[in-house]
Every structure is written in structure tokens, then in C-alpha cells.
Write a protein that binds this ligand. Structure first.
Ligand code: NDP
Ligand code: X2W
Length: 349
């Protein structure tokens, strides 16, 4: 087992960054030695985040690769789209390991990134270096790597719910429809019209229909496991709750497959993977049952009338959908037990 690792967080004043601080506080082998800010360097981090009082007494550092390298071995980026694309080359050149939580290095095609994110893509050389860290699917590839691109929140819930069935040929990938719902912390800490209280409270709305930046990420992985190009219908909805994602997926079943066949397939696929829990027949996961934890819970129904399966997958967007999976990737990179520092029981109710 490797030594302890010193880590820095860029974007530590956002929701993903603050969640990294919370989770890493109880990690036995990682210590946060630098928290940075591009807008309030020099201020104590606990000033803006009183919940960190007496827990973190340090000041925010500038986003300076040389300074970060002098304090840390590895850096997490939890920054808006387009920032990591510019910063990562200098961080890697400084000799830091990198785990990027943003979408900047997930898509292997620069054209696809520019089309869906409407930002300038990173240099292809660095995109090629990034290992896509969907832990339960590609975790084996992460060991010993220096640069991980952490999956998106919706793709994590959706892909963990679809990959075993697509890979085994239990469903026809061309028929997949994904109906996804997110709590508002998924939109980050910055205020916007769509996320302020009176727009959100007592409301439930669809957004970015057929235009969401997670569509190509989901299709990239499904195409990989299906062995042929897959395109999907994916609709996101905003729910008036703080944390949580529920992805409900529908697809036509191929061959004779019972509910028990699906449950057994998924139990086998995720055997030994502690963060994916497969529900028994008739048990449907709810976002509260994974709240504050790194779990992804998945339930199924097989409809003999239509020949379709319904798959429901839930995660906490800030944990398994962001900071938690990023730490799981840190553990896998370092050759540690993937559950290190992540064994939280969901907070209930
Ligand atoms: N929220 C979620 O559930 C998830 C988010 N993500 C992705 O993670 C990333 C962070 O998301 P989230 O934490 O929600 O976003 P927030 O808006 O809450 O935080 C982003 C942080 O980035 C920092 N930042 C902004 N511009 C720069 C810059 N030019 N250089 C360095 N730092 C900068 C800001 O801090 P400061 O001004 O102090 O520098 C800000 O606090 C995004 O790419 C998001 O899409 C991925 C999965 C889930
Ligand atoms: C509720 C909400 O607005 N969620 C965000 C998720 C953002 C995110 O995770 O973005 P990247 O994965 O692309 O970094 C959205 O739907 O765009």
C-alpha cells in the first residue's frame, strides 16, 4: 500500500469542492493541504463556510500550479466547464496527479465537447491521457494513472443502471429512454434564475431536453460496452430538493428474461463492489436512501405486457455523482481499498 497523499482542491468554494473537504476530513490516507480560490485567495475558508469553523483554520490559496505543487501531490478540480481544460496541462507539467470532476476531459472527441458544452475543448494530447473513472465499470484502468476524468452525476446514475444489461445483450440499446431527475445542488452554488427559491419551490420542470451535455458522455460509454454506436433519448428534470439524482430507464428486452434474470445479472456484475446495491423484486430505490453516501441503489421491473424493463437508479449527486466517486478514484489510483474514507451510512430520514 502506498504512503499517505497530500491533496489540493481547486474550486474548493463550490459545492463539489466543499463536499470534497467534508469527505476527505475522515479519509485515513489523504490529507487536504491546500484549498484554493480564484476570487477570494487570502481569506480563511471558514469565513465563507462557517460549517467548517474549527475544522479548517487555513486560508484559501491562489490557483497557482507551482504553489500547489509545493504543498500537494495530487489536485482535485471542481471548477466550471472550460476551466480545467486550460489549467490541467500546467498542473500535470508541474508533476501533480490530477482528478478532474468537471466535464472537460470526459469526451474523447473535441468536436463533441465543443458542440455540447459550447466551450473550447482541451488539447487532444491531454484528452487522450485522461482515464474516465466510472469506478465500477472502468476501475481496473485507473490503477497507477496520473490523470482521471471523473464521470458526470447523471451519467453515473444512468450508466451504472444500464451497463450490465447492455453489455450482456439483455436489452436492445436502440430502444433506451432515460428520464432523469436532479436536486438543485447539481447546478452548483452560483445563483441563477432557474434555481432561485420562488422559481423552484413547489415546481418540477424539464430542462435541456435533447440538448444536455451528458448525452454524448452516456452514449460514449454505452457504445463502448455495446460494441457499436448507441444513441439515446435523455431528459433531465429539476426537483425542489437539495441533493439526489434518480434516473429511470426504459428499454425493450432481448430474448426471454425474467425479473430474477436481471437481478442475478446485476448482482454478478457488481459482485464485490460495495457501493452498488441491487434491490430485490418489488423494492424501489429512493434518493433519501443514499443521501450523503457513496451508494448507487438500483431496482427493476419487467413488464411482460410490453416486453420492456424499467430500471431505477439513485445516487447522491455530490457524493457518488462527484466528490465521493472522485475519492473512490483516488483510492483506485493509489491501489488502496476503494471504500477508504467513504464508508458513510446514508443520512435518514
Ligand atoms: N454539483 C454537482 O452535483 C456536480 C458538479 N459537477 C461538476 O463539477 C464542477 C464544479 O461544480 P460545482 O461545485 O457544483 O460548481 P460551483 O459553481 O458550486 O463551484 C465552482 C467553483 O469553481 C471555482 N472557479 C470558478 N472559476 C474558476 C477559475 N477560473 N479558476 C479556478 N476556480 C474557479 C469557484 O470558486 P472561486 O471563485 O472561489 O475560485 C467556484 O466555487 C462543474 O464542472 C460541475 O459541472 C460534476 C458532478 C456533480
Ligand atoms: C441540476 C443541474 O443543473 N445539474 C447540472 C449538472 C451539471 C454537471 O454535473 O455538469 P458536468 O457533469 O457537465 O460537469 C446540469 O444538468 O447541467
Amino acid at each position: 500500500m502506498s504512503e499517505n497523499v497530500k491533496v489540493a482542491i481547486i474550486g474548493s468554494t463550490g459545492y463539489g469542492g466543499v463536499e470534497l473537504i467534508r469527505l476527505l476530513a475522515s479519509h485515513p490516507q489523504a490529507v487536504v493541504t491546500s484549498v484554493t480560490s480564484s476570487s477570494s485567495a487570502g481569506a480563511p475558508i471558514a469565513e465563507g463556510f462557517p460549517h467548517l469553523s474549527e475544522i479548517r483554520t487555513d486560508m484559501l490559496d491562489d490557483v497557482d500550479p507551482a504553489l500547489i505543487k509545493s504543498k500537494a501531490d495530487l489536485v482535485f478540480l471542481a471548477t466550471p466547464a472550460g476551466v480545467a481544460a486550460k489549467l490541467v496541462p500546467s498542473l500535470l507539467e508541474a508533476g501533480l496527479k490530477v482528478i478532474d470532476i468537471s466535464g472537460d476531459f470526459r469526451l474523447k472527441s473535441r468536436d463533441s465537447y465543443e458542440k455540447w458544452y459550447k466551450k473550447e475543448a482541451a488539447d487532444q494530447h491531454y484528452i487522450d491521457q485522461a482515464e474516465y473513472g466510472l469506478s465500477e465499470v472502468y476501475g481496473d484502468r485507473v490503477l497507477g494513472k496520473d490523470f482521471i476524468s471523473n464521470p458526470g452525476c447523471f451519467p453515473t446514475a444512468t450508466l451504472l443502471g444500464l451497463v450490465p444489461a447492455v453489455q450482456a445483450g439483455y436489452i436492445d440499446p436502440a430502444t433506451i429512454i432515460i428520464d432523469a431527475k436532479s436536486g438543485v445542488s447539481g447546478a452548483g452554488r452560483g445563483a441563477s434564475l432557474g434555481t432561485h427559491y420562488s422559481e423552484l419551490n413547489e415546481n418540477f420542470k424539464a430542462y435541456k431536453v435533447n440538448k444536455h451535455q451528458h448525452i454524448p458522455e452516456i452514449e460514449q460509454v454505452l457504445s463502448d460496452v455495446a460494441g457499436r454506436p448507441v444513441i439515446t433519448t435523455f431528459t433531465t428534470h429539476l426537483v425542489p430538493m437539495t441533493r439526489g439524482i434518480m434516473s429511470t430507464m426504459y428499454a425493450s428486452i432481448q430474448g426471454e428474461r425474467s425479473l430474477e434474470d436481471f437481478i442475478s445479472l446485476y448482482n454478478n456484475y457488481y459482485e464485490g463492489r460495495r457501493f452498488v446495491r441491487i434491490r430485490q423484486a418489488g423494492s424501489w430505490p429512493a434518493t433519501k436512501e443514499v443521501w450523503g453516501s457513496n451508494y448507487c441503489d438500483i431496482g427493476f421491473s419487467v413488464d411482460e405486457r410490453t416486453g420492456r424493463v424499467t430500471i431505477v437508479s439513485v445516487i447522491d449527486n455530490l457524493v457518488k455523482g462527484a466528490a465521493g466517486q472522485a475519492i473512490q478514484n483516488l483510492n483506485l489510483m493509489m491501489g488502496w481499498d476503494e471504500t477508504l474514507g467513504l464508508q458513510f451510512v446514508p443520512a435518514y430520514p
